[in-house]
Write a protein that binds this ligand. Structure first.
Ligand SMILES: Cc1cc2nc3c(=O)[nH]c(=O)nc-3n(C[C@H](O)[C@H](O)[C@H](O)COP(=O)(O)OP(=O)(O)OC[C@H]3O[C@@H](n4cnc5c(N)ncnc54)[C@H](O)[C@@H]3O)c2cc1C
Ligand code: FES
Length: 365
């Protein structure tokens, strides 16, 4: 069950939006452009690298997934979906979705974004693998466009040339910014003719790339998007080379351990629990949540079906909120950086009350 926006512009509400275009990017991926009506333009304004949660309803089922916006800042709401084996939403997107269909979409969220300023001169580097290019595409094109003195280096890993998403758009960027954009393709299942550019982007490969092409001390900010293991290996390699953790941004699409606990009213009625207040779109709701059981998000959804979420696995950050009172314990917090944790941000889908009273504010993030 979930709430679809009644009042236009509601910050945490789902909005039914029309699909304007579905274009193949490779044999197993598509770009989807979604129409945003004028009255929702402000609600759907995005920063480069942010993502939206998209809901597909079929029969009584709801499929809810996050997709990164691949368009540059100020551009259309466009996302790219790569087909996964057994993937329910990605199969639907790549084989059934067509222009004119309606998807329900939450407004953009996410902190995987540079603070662009036309007066700045920076050298950004991004390392992406597979569909991890989607947010990086937005960040790269926005940075080159908004900051005329900045440079961007992109290291992009794929299996083969034919699996490279946005190949043409990347070539266009190279043509538009020949002096400021450096693009390095790394292929794991095709011989690119240069040993350095063949294989997976692991610690050994990255170390060589840093030595030969990309001295880390020349980079101001790093953007990493790909599988968890790759990102962790890259982060360690970079910090071992003296790169400050605060300059490394990462976006995860998936983690192995993402199983959510499911709530029922019975579970909550039976347990004694903490009194949890949830503040969302200016309205406060009080609920009882067991100390050891379902997450605060699951409990909240029973009384506030408009509570924002997507993965329920601690990865996407759509359910982020601020802890105003009390203490919570989180199972995972992949989507939060250390400074955000220190600042009192938590993920409702991973939070369980520790104290007898807890107040969470979804509006104060
Ligand atoms: C912040 C964020 C941004 C994202 N942006 C994009 C994007 O721009 N483009 C894109 O294609 N995807 C993106 N994703 C991933 C996307 O949300 C879905 O997880 C993905 O499309 C699979 O959904 P599905 O329904 O097809 O697969 P499911 O039916 O949910 O899963 C099928 C199988 O694949 C596994 N699985 C699920 N997701 C992944 C994954 N990402 N990698 C590896 N295994 C997985 C599952 O455990 C399961 O075994 C993003 C995720 C997050 C959290
Ligand atoms: S819903 Fe994705 S982190 Fe909570």
């Amino acid at each position: 069950m979930s709430a679809v926006a009644e009042a236009s512009g509601a910050r945490h509400a789902l909005h039914p939006l029309r699909v304007a275009a579905v274009e193949p990017l490779t044999d197993d991926s598509v770009a989807i452009t979604i129409e945003v009506p004028d009255e929702l333009r402000e609600t759907f304004e995005f920063q480069p690298g942010q993502h939206v949660a998209i809901v597909r309803r079929a029969g009584g089922d709801e499929l809810r997934r996050s997709y990164s916006i691949c368009a540059p800042v100020g551009g259309p709401l466009r996302v790219a979906v790569k087909l996964l084996p057994e993937g329910r939403f990605s199969r639907y997107a790549c084989s059934e979705l067509k222009p004119g269909d309606t998807l329900e979409v939450l407004p953009p969220v996410g902190r995987f974004t540079p603070a662009l300023d036309p007066a700045r001169t920076r050298h950004y580097a991004a390392i992406a693998a597979g569909s991890g290019i989607a947010p990086v595409m937005s960040i790269t094109s926005s940075a080159l466009d908004v900051e005329p003195s900045s440079r961007f280096t992109l290291i992009y890993g794929n299996r083969t040339t034919s699996s490279i998403m946005f190949l043409e758009e990347l070539e266009d960027l190279k043509d538009r910014y020949p002096d400021r954009f450096q693009l390095v393709h790394v292929l794991s299942r095709e011989n690119p003719g240069v040993e350095l550019l063949a294989g997976r982007i692991d610690r050994a490969k990255l170390t060589r790339i840093l030595e030969l092409l990309l001295p880390p001390e020349t980079i101001d900010e790093w953007f990493l998007c790909g599988p968890l293991q790759m990102i962790e290996e890259i982060r360690t390699t970079l910090t071992d080379k003296g790169v400050a953790m605060s300059t490394i941004h990462r976006e995860l699409f998936h983690a192995e351990d993402m199983t959510p606990a499911v709530a029922t009213s019975e579970v909550i009625a039976e347990g004694t629990g903490a009194a949890v207040d949830v503040i969302l779109d200016g309205r406060r709701s009080t609920l009882t949540v067991p100390h050891d059981g379902v997450s605060i998000l699951e409990a909240a959804l029973l009384v506030r079906p408009d509570a924002p979420f997507a993965c329920k696995g601690g990865v996407c950050g759509t359910c982020r909120c601020r802890l105003l009172e009390g203490q919570v314990r989180m199972d995972h917090a992949y989507a939060l950086e250390d400074d955000e944790l220190a600042d009192g941000l938590v993920l409702a889908c991973q939070s369980h009350p520790v104290t007898d009273t807890v107040v969470l504010d979804f509006d104060a993030v």
